[in-house]
Design a protein around this ligand. Sequence first.
Ligand SMILES: [Fe+2]
Length: 345
Amino acid sequence: MVATKWTQEKVASRLVRYPDLRPCTTAFIDTYTPGSDQKENFTIIGPGVAENPDQYVHIDIPHGFNIGAARQPAGCVNSQHSHETAEVFVVHTGRWRFSLGVNASDAEIELGPGDTISIPIHVFRGFTNVGDSLGFMFAILGEDDPGHVTWAPDVFQQAKEYGLILLEDGRLIDTTKGETVPPDGTPMAATTAEDVDRLRHMTADEIKECVVREAELDKTSIRIFGDQGLVESAIIGAENSDDGMPAGKMSWLHGFHLRRWKFNPGYSTPWHRRDEAEVIMMHQGSLKYVWEGGELEIQAGDVLTAPIELARQYVSGDDEVAIAYVVRGGDSPSRYSQVSNGDGR
Ligand SMILES: [Fe+2]
């Protein structure tokens, strides 16, 4: 078998830089609703749940999960909706309020930079940037196809008032642009009271158990390579006897793990490789991703998916602590395999 040659160009196609993110501002049914009209949605890895086929997917390689992001100015609202798979947010910038329930009145909780929330399936959730500047969150959705969202009934009502019709296959018809429902399309029936009754209600105490504050992370941490330079902390995932990591606070099955890295300045990991997808969501500072054949700088806001099995090193800059959130595929990703050098032996 001829090994894949991981050229600079090939690996660079797996890095999505923050300044290169392409938003779709017309992706969802609440696009024209005042208060929600300035939200930006990004599909970084995988198709996400966007309703608009024009949504730009940066990396279409199936990972078993999707990575996306939300960016909203101060005061901007993402309307109440529910998902069929896990939905996790990692706050990169800004202050965000998550509100649960069909009328956003069941419970609410606020998150700041470095905090994580995993909202259970079949729960209405919405979120608002309650800070005073532009906010950005990374998002992880479960499975290769996370399905469609269920919007709260009043979202349909408002969409209708502003000229949008959602079809059953997920397409969004914009009557303000002269679009009409095509012959092969059926408008989605608005969510009914019975549909709403089938969804779960959560209390303020229950949603607290679905949030990990940045300050709590030290409780579930190990020095992953055995030395002082890099502390890895569990957020989502069961205990892993393979690498010695305790369970994350959110230990139920998601189909992926989420951990946080905190690098001391000037630290270089040993050469190693992994059997699962490893996605880096850079939060603070920068890291160099090194493989035999090249290197790439990952900066705050960037997302990199490291090729499975490719031997790698991560190196932090000399002057600052580097923090990244790391998603690994599967419910029980295995321990890294240490190798002696970049050719993987
Ligand atoms: Fe969502």
